[in-house]
Design a protein around this ligand. Structure first.
Ligand code: MSP
Length: 506
């Protein structure tokens, strides 16, 4: 058996509720996972929670719970959220699980034994909010630190350091020799620019227990816990190791947001090199969502609640909007008007209307019995399928949706051009009507298959309305001609109910 395609997401901090950014990333990874399965690959998809560190400890304290109790309660919410998004993850990691902690400790012991760590005294500044050490060079021209660091305190403490610096040139060479390691290209160039213009400081990988105890103890010094990022990054390997029979490592894709590129594209590869492990094949970096042109922020109330959107519009409308609106890479801007307009134009009037009128006409004019096959739209369907297959292999999800909607629009145009409702009035046109109805129903079937990774619920409904058993989850089913003469379809029903316009403010 060949090694499964192994795809991961960032693991989310469990110090609050999921928001649009978390949902977006998980949907990207889910669509890639589903498309690879549809294309015949075995896939292992991992997501989960980052449960250690100061942020979580502080949130637990504020909630008057022990950190573990606090994490256990939140984990239930996040697992429910993953189900709400219909993620097809094969495992869900929590960094407080014994399987992860034991693996992280074995890595720490191995690197310590190999002389990769040293202990030193640090005197300087510390941002508790960002859990990071700051230096004189981090001061702004007016002498202060950026407000994003929160309160900065002076500090003198012992810690363990990881010798990053020795691997800097190796990493530059690796990234240059592997152009698809960091994608999109402009993120790769940013990392290369950073590495070429800075000397990598050695990385502090511990926190004294006296200051922070919510972490994995260093196996070689109980006075310290592991710095949260060293712990978190290891999840990708610890869970691979928890399924030894699958031989998952190295990962094929780490899907992450633009703010955590340095951790994944600098620290993690160097950690793996020191561990003697191969590197992941690709780090795929997505942008950040804003709402109405401003940063998403709980404190200003500028938020999008994905659960509320899903409740009102349905999961597939949510999945569609985030993937169709925003390519993987740049930042995006959520507007409720934009969401509503895509729903109306592309889902309700585009796909929904096509499927509903195609199947309703087949029901009305032919009692729902599929006529003899005809190939009028076969070339259009094959073109969309070929393009979609190639784009999915390159994780070009937005372009794949554009290509699929090329077929939706072509078929809607075909209805207008052939006017089956007129043909139905003329008995002499019965054979022509048969052809048109076949082409429309078969196009709907092909669309169900192409849409499966993106809109699994809708795709399944289209299949059921066509009276087909099984699931449209194998890309090869998109080959033209799957519907056979005499097959009886099921009951048509609207896929995307029309929504009333929001009431205008008086
Ligand atoms: N726990 C770390 C990741 C450790 S991975 C080994 C973390 N967690 S997070 O909860 O802050 O962020 C999780 C992911 O959500 C990150 O990839 C981040 O980029 C993404 N997003 C957070 N806000 C976002 C938006 N507004 N828009 C899109 N993605 C965003 O970082």
């Amino acid at each position: 058996m060949s090694k499964p395609f192994y795809i991961t997401t960032a693991i989310d901090y469990s110090n609050g509720q999921p928001h649009i950014g978390h949902a977006y990333e998980k949907v990207i990874a889910d669509v890639i996972a589903r498309s690879r399965r549809s294309l015949g690959q075995e896939v292992f998809f991992l997501t989960g929670l980052d449960e250690h560190g100061q942020k979580v400890q502080q949130a637990a304290l504020a909630a008057k719970k022990s950190p573990q109790e606090y994490c256990d309660a939140l984990a239930a919410d996040w697992l429910a959220f993953a189900q709400k998004l219909e993620l097809t993850n094969n495992d869900f990691v929590r960094t407080t699980q014994p399987r992860h902690k034991a693996f992280a400790q074995s890595v720490l012991s191995q690197l310590h034994a190999a002389g990769q760590f040293y202990k030193a005294t640090y005197t300087g500044f510390y941002s508790a909010k960002e859990e990071t050490f700051l230096m004189e060079k981090d001061r702004r021209p007016d002498g202060t630190f950026d407000p994003s660091y929160g309160p900065v305190t002076e500090l003198k403490e012992d810690n363990y350091y990881f010798k990053l610096g020795e691997h800097q040139q190796w990493l530059i060479d690796y990234i240059e020799a592997n152009p698809t390691f960091i994608q999109p290209d402009y993120r790769r160039n940013e990392v290369l620019g950073f590495l070429k213009n800075n000397t990598l400081e050695d990385l502090c990988i511990s926190r004294p227990v006296a200051r922070l105890n919510w972490g994995i103890p260093l196996p070689f010094d109980p006075e310290f816990v592991t710095w949260v990022w060293f712990d978190a990054l290891v999840n990708y390997a610890s869970i691979a190791a928890a399924h030894p029979e699958l031989a998952l490592w190295p990962a094929d894709i780490h899907v992450i947001g633009k703010d955590i590129v340095k951790f994944h594209a600098v620290y993690w590869p160097i950690m793996l090199k020191a561990m003697g492990q191969p590197l992941p094949k690709q780090i795929l970096v997505h942008g950040w969502w804003q709402k109405d042109g401003a940063r998403i922020s709980k404190s200003t109330g500028n938020v999008i609640d994905p659960i509320a959107v899903i409740h009102e519009w349905g999961l597939d409308a949510f999945r569609f909007y985030v993937l169709r609106e925003l390519d993987i890479g740049p930042d995006g801007n959520w507007t409720d008007a934009g969401f509503r307009s895509r729903y109306q134009a592309e889902l309700a009037n585009g796909l929904g209307n096509l499927v509903n009128r195609s199947l309703s006409m087949l029901k009305r004019y032919r009692q729902g019995i599929v006529p003899a096959p005809s190939n009028e739209l076969a070339a259009d369907a094959a073109k969309a399928a070929d393009e979609t297959r190639a784009l999915l292999r390159q994780n070009q999800l937005q372009s794949a949706l554009q290509s699929i909607w090329g077929l939706v629009n072509r078929a809607n145009q075909y209805v207008d051009q052939t006017a089956p409702f007129k043909l139905a009035k003329d008995p002499a046109q019965a054979a022509r009507l048969d052809e048109v109805l076949y082409n429309l129903a078969e196009t709907c079937r092909v669309l169900a298959v192409l849409l499966w990774p993106f809109l699994p619920g809708t795709s399944t409904k289209i299949y059921a309305q066509l009276g087909l058993t099984g699931s449209p989850d194998q890309f090869d089913l998109s080959r033209w001609g799957g519907l056979t003469a005499g097959h009886a379809i099921g009951e048509p029903a609207p896929l995307f109910p029309r929504k009333d316009e929001p009431k205008k403010e008086a």
